[in-house]
Structure formats: structure tokens, C-alpha cells
Design a protein around this ligand. Structure first.
Ligand code: PYC
Length: 425
């Protein structure tokens, strides 16, 4: 394969012959994104090379023609929350602001493979949130009504309908936590999270964005109330705009600009089993049992749980977690008893007081935030990137994120999205 000279060739399709040839060649694949020297100045510096940061950079270049942009990532791209979530996409939230926002993201995900010319493997297999008691059934009905008013496909279904969708689920009345019904959201599903990160990175790179991996931000230079630049492990960079698009390190980066964030950080653990024959259609969530599970295209079962009950920066799995998670999974599907868990991991969740993100401008001119995603970050990547890019390009906060501003905590106008959480917090 000849060296890639321009973005057009890289974005082009490969024939089956190309795929076979690259598959056996040792160094045959062209690089999807490139290494660059750090420029001394950028128009925009995005801190965090996850889906939020990369999407922001991509939309800045693709929609607004702003491509003198650096994405700074202290590890490798997708090594934070973007590679450590359970890749669930849905928009069946509780507040109208949340529903509208996540629905825009879902719509962007639906066309993302075409937009990026990269298969992100979005599988809209439906999403079921089980109700095991009257109060959760009431919350499901409430959510379904808000969803329908916002035009979202979402309804409460009966136990018999749940059984039809998921025959392996124990829906008997003898179950310890009987299933009384569920909130059914057909457009929800799962996606290949690495592909989303790589797709945005490749498309941003081909439009001139510089992606700097292994480049840590050490300080943010603020003078006269405005951002002037960033100090990094690769040297100093001048810039009038810094976007904090990190998770786990959101408070640390914001502190560098002198902006305090009402965020605490807790790990969220997840695990994956060996692959088995496809048997599970929709994503299953049980808030009461603190568990959600789905089957990947490769046949593995992915399980997740509630956030750990204490703040921590640990990204290791614990025995405690896997024991209680396995117990709850078996309460839902006793037939999984012989499956083996292959791996477990944790991602960091930045929790805000109202379970909603903090997005937009801050008291420091040019210092913008896209943080505080709790357990909702991955599914919001495209819309967050789109909105942040619009804010930077037009200098005006888009309506869709106006409710997520930092100053809502001073005004006491909190949003209350806890009832839409997949599991308890
Ligand atoms: O909000 O769907 C969700 C979710 C699942 C796992 C973490 N958050």
C-alpha cells in the first residue's frame, strides 16, 4: 500500500481485495490519524481525547471550518470513560430537557456511520427498564408520558410482553423480584464504543485537527480573566479557547483555570463474559437490582452495576462487585449460571448534584466545560460535540444545552435527572 497522501484516499472505501491484502500484510494499513509536532498556537485546545473531545473537534472542523484545533489526551484516545462504559444508547430520560438532548444524540448516532464513513456498529435492538415494584412502575409511566410528549418511542409494557421480547428472563411470580412490567424504548441499543472514538478521530484528523496522545495538560494560563494558553508535557501552547472535555479529571482541569466544579468522582464497574450463541435481543436494565446487561455482536454478555458507594479514582474491578453483580444477574436469568466472566473494569463517573452535566461557558473567558456526565457520558458524545462546537463557532450557547449551565447551581435551578438513571446512584 502506498503511503497515504491525503484525506480523500483515507476516507475512500476499500475493496474486498484490499481488506484481504491488508489483513495479511504486516504494515499494510494506512494510519487512521497522525502524529504531529505540537504547534505553538491553536485556535482551540480540547482537553480529553474521548468521544466528547473528539466529536467537538470533528464538528468544529466539519461544520464550522475551524480546524486549527488540538485535542490533548494524556493517555491514548478512548482510554478514559469512552473505552470503559457499557455502550448503551437511549433517549428515554425523565426531564424534557434531558429527553430532547439525548434524542438529538441518538439521531446523530443513527447517521454516524454515514457521516464518518466508518462503521460504528449501532445496533438498535431495543431497551427495557424493568419494574419490580409499584413505585418503579409509576416512574416508568411518568417517563413514558414525558417521552411521548417529546415524540420519543417509549411505552410501558406488560410482563407477558416483556417475556415475549426476552424469553430467558425469569418473569414468574415466584421470582424474588417479580417483573411487573417495563419501560420499552425500541430505538435504544448498543454500539461499538471504540469504533465511535476511532471514527471521530479519523474524520477530525482528515480535516486538519491535531490529535496529541500522551500529552498531559499541566496548567492553564489565565490572565485578565481570560484564557491565554495551556502548559503541557510537550511544551506551552497559546490559545484563546480551552474546552475541558474530561471525565474523572474534570475538577482537576477546571481547578487549573480557577473554576470550581460541584462534582465528586466515583468508579462504575462492569464486566464481560465469554461469548455464547445470540439469545438476548434488547438491552435489559433493572434499577432495583442495580444491574444492566446486553449481548454484543460477538456474543459476549456485558454487565454493569451502580456506581461504587464512595468517591475514588480507582479503575480496578473488585471481587465484592462481581459477586453481587453475578447474584443479581442470576436473579433475572437463572439459566446463565454456568457462564464465565472473562474481564472486569471500571470507569470514572463525575457526579453532579442533579445528575445532569455541566456544559458551556464559565466565569473565565474562553474556558468552556463539557463535564459532569455521571453515568450518561458516552451516549451524549455526538450531541455534546455538536453543541460545544456551535458554542465556540457562534459565541452563543445553543438552546439545547442552556439548562446545563454552571450557574444553575447559583440560581438553584437544578434539573433532577436521577429518575432516568439506569441504576441507583
Ligand atoms: O444510562 O443507560 C444508562 C447507563 C447504563 C450504564 C451506565 N449508564
Amino acid at each position: 500500500m502506498k503511503p497515504v497522501k491525503n484525506g480523500a484516499r483515507r476516507m475512500g472505501r476499500y475493496s474486498a481485495f484490499d481488506l484481504a491484502r491488508h489483513g495479511v500484510a504486516r504494515n499494510g494499513w494506512p494510519r487512521a490519524w497522525h502524529n504531529h509536532d505540537l504547534r505553538r498556537a491553536y485556535d482551540v485546545v480540547v482537553v480529553g481525547g474521548g468521544v466528547h473531545g473528539l466529536a467537538t473537534a470533528y464538528y468544529l472542523a466539519a461544520r464550522h471550518g475551524i480546524s486549527n484545533v488540538a485535542v490533548l489526551e494524556k493517555g491514548y484516545i478512548g482510554s478514559g470513560g469512552s473505552g470503559r462504559n457499557t455502550a448503551i444508547i437511549r433517549s428515554n430520560y425523565l426531564t424534557p430537557e434531558g429527553v430532547r438532548f439525548y434524542d438529538r444524540s441518538l439521531k446523530l448516532y443513527e447517521s454516524l456511520s454515514t457521516e464518518l464513513n466508518f462503521n460504528v456498529m449501532f445496533s438498535q435492538r431495543g431497551h427495557l427498564t424493568l419494574a419490580h415494584n409499584d413505585s418503579s412502575l409509576r416512574t416508568m409511566r411518568w417517563r413514558a408520558e414525558v417521552n411521548k410528549l417529546e415524540g420519543i418511542d417509549s411505552e410501558v409494557i406488560s410482563t407477558a410482553q416483556v417475556k415475549e421480547l426476552v424469553p430467558y428472563l425469569d418473569t414468574s411470580s415466584e421470582a424474588r423480584y417479580p417483573v411487573l412490567g417495563a419501560l420499552y424504548h425500541p430505538p435504544g441499543g448498543i454500539i461499538r464504543h471504540d469504533a465511535v472514538v476511532w471514527g471521530y478521530a479519523r474524520a477530525a484528523d482528515s480535516r486538519g485537527v491535531h490529535i496529541h496522545q500522551n500529552t498531559e495538560v499541566l496548567g492553564i494560563d489565565v490572565a485578565g480573566g481570560a484564557v491565554r494558553g495551556v502548559a503541557t508535557s510537550g511544551g506551552k501552547v497559546a490559545t484563546p479557547v480551552v474546552v475541558n472535555a474530561t471525565a474523572g479529571w474534570a475538577t482537576l482541569i477546571s481547578d487549573m483555570a480557577g473554576v470550581a466544579m460541584p462534582i465528586t468522582t466515583s468508579p462504575l464497574q462492569a464486566a464481560v463474559t465469554e461469548p455464547v450463541r445470540p439469545f438476548l435481543g434488547p438491552v435489559i436494565v433493572s434499577g432495583s437490582l442495580h444491574v444492566y446487561l446486553s449481548q454484543t455482536d460477538r456474543g459476549e454478555l456485558v454487565f454493569g452495576s451502580a456506581v461504587d458507594p464512595f468517591p475514588s479514582y480507582s479503575m480496578r474491578g473488585s471481587l465484592d462487585f462481581i459477586e453481587s453483580l453475578a447474584g443479581h444477574v442470576l436473579e433475572l436469568m437463572p439459566s446463565l449460571a454456568k457462564m464465565r466472566v472473562l474481564r472486569q473494569w471500571a470507569g470514572l463517573c463525575d457526579m453532579t448534584p442533579d445528575y445532569s452535566p455541566i456544559m458551556g461557558q464559565t466565569p473565565v473567558e474562553g474556558f468552556l466545560v463539557d463535564v459532569g456526565w455521571g453515568t450518561y457520558g458516552f451516549k451524549a458524545g455526538p450531541v455534546a460535540g455538536e453543541a460545544m462546537a456551535q458554542l465556540i463557532a457562534e459565541g452563543k450557547t445553543p438552546e439545547l444545552i442552556a439548562g446545563f449551565s454552571l450557574d444553575r447551581f447559583m440560581r438553584g435551578e437544578l434539573l433532577g435527572e436521577k429518575g432516568a438513571a439506569a441504576v441507583g446512584h
